[in-house]
Each structure stands twice: as structure tokens, then as C-alpha cells.
Design a binder for this molecule. Structure first.
Ligand code: SAH
Length: 377
């Protein structure tokens, strides 16, 4: 039996799905209940995947009825599920207001990584990312962020997926997580909480295009793995690829990264570098990356550019990636090349649009965006 596709419910009651332990405790004290109820609820919702209060047998009948009248546990509604030939799964989830987001599960031998979205669309306009082509719609709330994990964990436990487990969560889907911290933080709390998903800090990665106040904010709190989207070692090129660089240039970004690693026991930061043919893949740029990252505990992850309809960019050749990697490795930087997964279902990095667009519609949207960028340049 496939995991049931959940019908849409009216938006009247508070959705307990997105409340972390402190949030649930506050909810129960407002109801005049003991705070330990929060612990029971966390386990029912996130460990047992139960969304029906009636099944929560260690709560009194009276409390279950009360909960039914004031609250609900409302997971996202799944519009479409696609499974790639390499086992990658992509779900298109419908969110309130008619928008849609995408969540991707990437199975590997010893782990299962779930790539989740934090916003509907994105406002950063990175020129090589197809999420940018749809513009920014809105922030997801905490229940919509954790709802992706809730749904995937339950669906993947099904026979049909061979009872796969989510061992890692990466905020590398649609959106910029550090521009939606008020919702991302409770979701992070649930991912780490032993009564919810219980993931170790190194298994939860926040990827950012370089939002400095967000990096500093994260550095103050609990530990997580941080990934920074670098893509170029100098401001001129990086500003063209990641327009946010005009606001937060590289020198300031590197200073924030140093503060982060300093706070978090010199835990290393992963720098992501999308390899685009003839744009940012020359050897001299590899040397620039080496100079830039000098002294910082870090790893470098080279991502071959994933094309999408209408983009003028092409992925770097294998040789160019190899040569780039040779330079950074020779300088002592641990450098990996990300395998492209799920590209037959457009589930690879930067291919998530969360829309049911046909290839010709997507081509048109990309061309419109490129025209806008040309005007703004
Ligand atoms: N906003 C966050 C997270 C989303 S993107 C960030 O910028 O980090 C996750 C990673 O995929 C980022 O490093 C992003 O730059 C990269 N990416 C985006 N589009 C891509 C594409 N078409 N091909 C390869 N990588 C891409």
C-alpha cells in the first residue's frame, strides 16, 4: 500500500506539526495542561508518524477530544511523485495559497539524504539556478518545512521504497534558508530533538548563498553543518553569478565564515562551487579559490552545472573539473565532485521549480528572466 496522499484540510486550527519542544510546551500550558504532554506529542507525530489524535492512546479521551477541536496535525499534500532510474525520488507538494514546492530524496549505499525547501521560489536570482526563474512567492512556515521531512520519512518506510531511512537532511532545495530563519529554526530543533528525528549536528546541513547576518545568527546557536555557495573566488565574477554578492562581498563573507568556524570548534564549512563551462572553471580561478580559503577549516564540493531548458550555460567538461580539483587538492583542500543524481526527473541541484511547467513554458520563463537581467546589468 503506498503511503496515503493526504487530503487538504481547512486552515482554521493550529497545526502542531511545526512546533518544536518549546513551542509544544507553550501550547499545552496555554491549554492548562502539563508540559510533559509536549514530549508525548513529539513522539507520536515525528517518531510514529501519527497525525490523528484519536490514535494517541496514552492521552486521556478528554484531552484527545479537546485537541481535535483546537488543533490538527496537517502534513503537506502530495501532488506528484517521480522516481528516477537511479532511485532518487522527487515529490511535488502543494502548500497553502496554491503554491508548490519540491523535496528530493537521494539514496546512497550507507545513507539517505533528504533535500528540503525553505521558501516558495527564491529572491536571490542566481543566474545559473532554475528556481530563480519563478521569482519569490513566500516563506514556508515551520510546519511546511518539517512537513517535508514528516512526509518523506513515512513514505520511505513503505515496502515499495524498501523501507529507506532519512539519515541526513540538507536545506538545498528551493529558497534561501537564512532568509527565513524564524521558520527554519524550529524545524532545525525538531530535526535535532531526540524525541523527534534525533539527527546528529553533522547530519543537518544549511546551505546559503552567503547571507552574513544569518551565518552569524546560526553561529550563536546549536551546531549544524554549514555549506556556503561560493561559485567564484573574486567579487566581479561572483556578483554576476550570485547577485547577493553585491550586498555581502567575499571579504565580509569569509570573515563571517571564520567567525562561524571559530564558534563551532573549528568545524569545517563546505564550499559549493557549481562548475560552468568557460565561466568559472579555469585553473587560475582554482588558484583564486585556494588563496581565498587559505587557513579556513573547509571542504570544497564541485557541482557540475545541471542544465535546464533555456539556460545559456553548460556544464564544465570532466577534464576541466579534474584539473580544477587537482589544483585545490594539491593545496591541501579536501575536494569532492558531486555526482549528479535524479536529473532524468529534474531533481538535481538548481533544477527545482516547484511548478507543473512544460519544457517550452520553462524555456519562455528563463528567457524572460535573462532579458530582465540584461536590462538590470
Ligand atoms: N539558497 C541556498 C540553497 C539552495 S541551492 C544556496 O544558495 O546555497 C543548493 C546548491 O545548488 C547551491 O550551491 C546552488 O548554488 C547550487 N545550484 C543552483 N543551481 C544549480 C545548477 N543549475 N546546477 C548545479 N548547481 C546549482
Amino acid at each position: 500500500m503506498p503511503f496515503p496522499i493526504v487530503p487538504e484540510a481547512p486552515d482554521l486550527k493550529s497545526n502542531l506539526l511545526g512546533l518544536d519542544r518549546a513551542g509544544l510546551e507553550a501550547f499545552f500550558s496555554a491549554l492548562g495542561e502539563k508540559p510533559y504532554r509536549a514530549r508525548q506529542l513529539l513522539q507520536w507525530i515525528h517518531q510514529r508518524g501519527v497525525s490523528d489524535f484519536a490514535r494517541m492512546t496514552d492521552l486521556s479521551g478528554k484531552l484527545r477530544e479537546r485537541l481535535q477541536t483546537v488543533a490538527e496535525i496537517r502534513p503537506p499534500r502530495v501532488i506528484r511523485e517521480q522516481i528516477s532510474s537511479d532511485g532518487t525520488v522527487k515529490w511535488l507538494l502543494s502548500e497553502r495559497g496554491g503554491s508548490a514546492i519540491e523535496t528530493v530524496f537521494i539514496p546512497e549505499e550507507n545513507r539517505g539524504t533528504l533535500c528540503i525547501s525553505s521558501q516558495v521560489g527564491c529572491m536571490l536570482n542566481c543566474t545559473f539556478c532554475s528556481t530563480a526563474t519563478q521569482g519569490f512567492k513566500r516563506n514556508l512556515d515551520a510546519s511546511e518545512i518539517i512537513g517535508q521531512v514528516w512526509y518523506a520519512v513515512n513514505a520511505l518506510a513503505d515496502e515499495r521504497f524498501g523501507q529507506r531511512r532519512v539519515t541526513n537532511v540538507v536545506f538545498m532545495g528551493m529558497g534561501e534558508p537564512l532568509l527565513n530563519l524564524s521558520a527554519v529554526k524550529p524545524a532545525l530543533g525538531l530535526l535535532r530533538d531526540d524525541l523527534a528525528y534525533g539527527l546528529a549536528s553533522r547530519r543537518v546541513t544549511i546551505s546559503t548563498a552567503g547571507v552574513i547576518p544569518g551565518i552569524d545568527d546560526l553561529a550563536e546557536g546549536e551546531e549544524f553543518a554549514l555549506a556556503v555557495s561560493l561559485h567564484a573566488p573574486d567579487d566581479e565574477l561572483r556578483s554576476r553569478l550570485v547577485p547577493l554578492n553585491r550586498k555581502y562581498p567575499l571579504a565580509d563573507l569569509m570573515a563571517a565564515c571564520k567567525r562561524f568556524t571559530g564558534r563551532h570548534h573549528r568545524r569545517s564549512i563546505t564550499f559549493e562551487y557549481t562548475m560552468i563551462d568557460g565561466v568559472n572553471d579555469e585553473r587560475r580561478l582554482a588558484r583564486g579559490v585556494v588563496r581565498l580559503l587559505n587557513g579556513l577549516p573547509c571542504k570544497l564540493n564541485l557541482i557540475p552545472f545541471n542544465p535546464f531548458p533555456g539556460t545559456p550555460f553548460r556544464p564544465s567538461s570532466d577534464e576541466a573539473i579534474y584539473e580544477f580539483q587537482k589544483v585545490t587538492r594539491a593545496a591541501g583542500i579536501i575536494t569532492t565532485v558531486r555526482k549528479t543524481r535524479g536529473d532524468d526527473i529534474d531533481a538535481a541541484c538548481g533544477q527545482l521549480v516547484g511548478k507543473l511547467l512544460s519544457p517550452s513554458e520553462r524555456r519562455r520563463v528563463v528567457q524572460e528572466q535573462l532579458a530582465r537581467q540584461a536590462v538590470n546589468a
